[in-house]
Design a protein around this ligand. Structure first.
Ligand code: GTP
Ligand code: NA
Ligand code: MG
Length: 407
């Protein structure tokens, strides 16, 4: 019935896969932006959300299918990072999505992070579409901007088509080894049993119409119940970075990335959940639930009380940094943590180490600013602050510092 169709919400789609497979570039291409080139070390370190309205999708898919029925208002796509220590961010990402896009570089095939993503998807029983990205890197590929993939493949030489088929067969075999049946989406007769593959280029746009249309058609066909509105806020996360300009909404219907204005929001921690206190809820219970995320992070602080001070922009990036510092070949103990810019109070806390272990009177500031006052105080007290937006660089700086201290 017509009425039922109108109340579908937008599917939430997570984009996953190994490092440099082209996740951010794909989103950039659809958005018409250039986020990927502005990223530190070209590594995505936070989860970012992008909304693609249905009109936009219709426009981009009309060559593929002019009269496509779009019942959902749009697609909300969430980009995640594939950095190895970012498992945590990723499990958050795949927890809130209806469907996932698993990006594989056609030249590289399945990688450890692809397999990790696959395991997460399997664990949560999340349906996904495989994107075989970077087809333009096949030797001799003839660019066909924004073309549906079948059309683009037809334009290629026999040699390019052979290269494509060989890579495809290899990758289908790799998926089989992981226990997944996959097939080119337009040959797939058993969607659901067999996972669909969409070849794309995030540079010239071949296959992008196919991907958008498949996402919409598949979700609206198989997930009607899941996509029907309920009045509850179900899964909601505080995200840090949102792109573009904001529109004013009096009311929103899921799924949306929105900016909320309210008192005290400067204390909200990016990466944690958003909770709604309903008329029958106990505020204290909700508060406790909200603090759960923080507790798991606090547990990672060294019990001896000796270690560096760590400051990051979001809960997710803090978790990633802690995870990294804990890994066997790094092993840097942490005595204190903070989220957001480095303030004087953080320097004060870090300075406690000056008497215990001088080399730990250090702040590792990951992707955050240091206030001028904090900077001033750190110089006065002799607290060292390292600032970088790449975890590995922070580690390198700290290592060099320790070596110099020992000399
Ligand atoms: P992380 O966020 O670091 O996990 O990587 P990512 O998967 O988001 O990859 P990203 O978008 O940063 O792309 C990695 C590199 O591959 C960049 O240099 C891109 O320009 C390049 N790239 C991405 N997609 C394509 C593609 O379809 N064709 C070609 N030729 N290059 C691509
Ligand atoms: Na990258
Ligand atoms: Mg990325």
């Amino acid at each position: 019935p017509k009425q039922a169709e109108e109340i579908l919400r937008s599917p939430i789609c997570c984009i996953m896969g190994h490092v440099d497979a082209g996740k951010t570039k794909l989103l950039d291409f659809v958005r018409g932006t250039n986020v990927q080139e502005g990223e530190a070390g070209f590594i995505t370190q936070q989860i970012g959300a992008t909304y693609f309205p249905a009109e936009n999708i219709r426009e981009r898919t009309k060559e593929l299918k002019a009269d496509a029925k779009l019942k959902v208002p749009g697609l909300l796509v969430i980009d995640t990072s594939s950095h190895e220590s970012f498992t945590n961010l990723r499990s958050r990402g795949s927890g809130l999505c209806d469907i996932a896009i698993l990006v594989v570089d056609i030249m590289e095939g399945l990688k450890p992070q692809t397999i990790e993503s696959l395991n997460l998807l399997k664990m949560r029983n999340t349906k996904f579409i495989v994107v075989l990205n970077k087809v333009d890197r096949l030797y001799g590929w003839k660019m066909c901007r924004n073309a549906p993939i079948v059309k683009a493949l037809k334009q290629q030489s026999k040699d390019v088509q052979n290269q494509f088929n060989m890579k495809l067969i290899q990758i289908i075999t790799q998926f089989k080894e992981q226990g997944f049946n996959t097939e080119l989406y337009y040959k797939n007769k058993e969607m659901g049993e067999i996972f669909s593959i969409v070849p794309t280029s995030a540079v010239s746009g071949e296959g992008i119409p196919d991907l958008l249309l498949l996402l919409v058609q598949w979700t609206q066909k198989t997930m009607v119940e899941k996509l029907t509105f309920s009045n509850e806020v179900q899964v909601c996360f505080v995200l840090l970075s949102c792109l573009g300009t904001y529109l004013h909404h009096k009311e929103i219907k899921a799924a949306q990335g929105i900016k909320i204005t309210a008192q005290g929001l400067e204390h909200a921690i990016a990466g944690t959940g958003l909770y709604v206190v309903g008329p029958d809820d106990d505020v204290e219970d909700v508060k406790e639930a909200a603090m759960e995320d923080m507790k798991s992070v606090m547990n990672r602080i060294d019990k001896t009380g000796e270690g560096v001070y760590v400051q990051a922009s979001t809960l997710g990036s803090l978790e990633a940094l802690l995870e990294f510092l804990k890994s066997p070949d790094v092993k840097i103990p942490v005595s204190g943590i903070g989220i957001g810019p480095v303030h004087k109070k953080d320097v004060m806390k870090a300075s406690v180490m000056l008497e215990k272990k001088k080399e730990f009177a250090t702040i590792l500031a990951f992707d955050v600013k240091v206030t001028p006052e904090a900077h001033e105080l750190s110089k006065e007290l002799g607290v060292k602050i390292f600032i970088d937006d790449v975890i590995y660089h922070l580690f390198d700086q700290f290592k060099i510092y320790i070596c110099n201290l020992k000399e």
